[in-house]
Structures are given as structure tokens and as C-alpha cells.
Design a protein around this ligand. Structure first.
Ligand code: SF4
Length: 223
């Protein structure tokens, strides 16, 4: 157990030294973070942030604002984030829960313990495990390790997970070997994202620049 902790912290410290602190999540408020987590599904952060800017410019970045706008009006603002009609419905479904069950009080919703909050998030249209866990970690600031495609790809290549590893299996692995520490989980996920986004590409990863090259089972020798 201790040995795995040391290995995971070695990877983390190398990534942190290479990329520097990532200052996640890039949002001014918990509500903006949640909107961003839904909008960034299946698209780049750049696309999601263009849609957030549109919502802000329209003065709609609030539970009441998003619920007051028509679905098509909202979808038009979300166009840069693609799947815009679907994402308009997802945002409004989330806002409806806050408005109807928590009288619009997002803080009260987020203050629930993880064991209540996570299942409730997963019942909301459009919120899957990755989005739910990002909301729990970055908006509610509670310790849960977020898994995404980069985590699977990188830790598969490093030799920790199989090709078919399931979300829960990967999450349990990190949470078994790392202490429940919100700042650590926050930064670790952000560092994995930096490696996946900048170096460990799906095809033709830039292994010669990788800070964990010597630990990797699947490193690709560059020609
Ligand atoms: S050495 Fe290459 S394949 Fe391995 S983690 Fe680094 S970039 Fe990815």
C-alpha cells in the first residue's frame, strides 16, 4: 500500500515539476464550474469556454437565468460547445433540481455529503460519473478522484490499468492508495489532463518529452 502511494506520488511530483500548478477549475464561482463541466463534455475546454462567455454576455449565468431562457434561445448561445440542444436541456435539468428541491440554493445542494450528493447528481439528465465527480471535487470541494479518458490512457500505458478497465475500478485504485485530500486530487487530475492534452496523445505521443518516460511500460520510441 505504502509502495503504491510512493509510486503515485512520484508520478504526481514529476508532472507537477514539469507542468507547474494548473489552477483548476478555471471558473469564478461553483455555478460557473458546474456549467463548464457540463459544457465541456465531448468537446475541448476552449469550445466550452466560448459558450460560457456567450451565457455571461447574455446575463444568464445563474440558476434563474438559465431556467428563464427558452431552450432554443439557450441552445443558440451554446452552439460553440456542440450538441447545443442537448446541452441546453442538461443545464436546465440541473438548474431545475436546484430551484425545485433546494429553493435555488446551490450551496445547500453542494453541502450534502458525498454519499448523498453523488447519487443525486447521477440521477440528473446528462450527468454521468465523470461530470458528477468533477462537480463533487471542484465545486463542492469534497475528496473524490475524477477519472477521464486521459487517466485511462496514461495509466494504461504506465501499466496500471487494462484496456477495458471500468471507471469505478480506476477510481477505487487511486482512492485506495492516495489519502482523501481535496487539493491533491484537484491538482493530480489537472496534471494528468496536462500530460494527456500536451504530450501523451492517443496517436503519436511525444514520449521524448514525457516526465514519466522511464516509468512507462508502453513508451513509444520516436524515430
Ligand atoms: S512515455 Fe509516452 S506513452 Fe508513456 S506516458 Fe509518457 S507520453 Fe504517454
Amino acid at each position: 500500500m505504502k509502495m503504491m502511494y510512493s509510486r503515485l506520488m512520484d508520478i504526481y511530483n514529476r508532472l507537477l515539476a514539469h507542468f507547474g500548478p494548473r489552477h483548476w477549475w478555471p471558473a469564478d464561482t461553483p455555478f460557473e464550474m458546474i456549467v463548464g463541466a457540463i459544457l465541456t463534455q465531448n468537446v475541448s475546454w476552449r469550445s466550452a469556454s466560448a459558450a460560457i462567455a456567450n451565457i455571461k454576455d447574455a446575463g444568464l449565468l445563474s440558476v434563474d437565468g438559465l431556467l428563464a431562457s427558452g431552450e432554443e434561445e439557450l441552445a443558440a448561445l451554446l452552439r460553440p460547445a456542440r450538441f447545443h440542444l442537448q446541452k441546453a436541456r442538461k443545464l436546465q435539468a440541473f438548474c431545475k433540481v436546484i430551484a425545485e428541491e433546494f429553493r435555488g440554493d446551490l450551496g445547500a445542494f453542494l453541502s450534502q455529503n458525498i454519499h448523498t450528493l453523488r447519487p443525486r447528481l447521477l440521477q440528473i439528465y446528462g450527468i454521468g460519473p465523470e461530470t458528477a465527480d468533477a462537480i463533487i471535487l471542484y465545486a463542492a470541494e469534497k475528496p473524490i478522484f475524477v477519472i477521464d479518458a486521459y487517466t485511462h490512457r496514461i495509466f494504461n500505458r504506465l501499466g496500471y490499468f487494462g484496456e477495458k478497465a471500468k471507471y469505478r475500478e480506476m477510481q477505487d485504485f487511486f482512492m485506495k492508495h492516495l489519502p482523501p485530500d481535496v487539493p491533491l486530487y484537484n491538482e493530480y487530475h489537472a496534471q494528468i489532463d496536462a500530460l494527456g492534452h500536451n504530450i501523451c496523445f492517443k496517436s503519436r505521443p511525444r514520449c521524448e518529452e514525457c516526465p514519466v518516460f522511464d516509468l512507462c511500460k508502453a513508451k513509444y520510441r520516436q524515430k
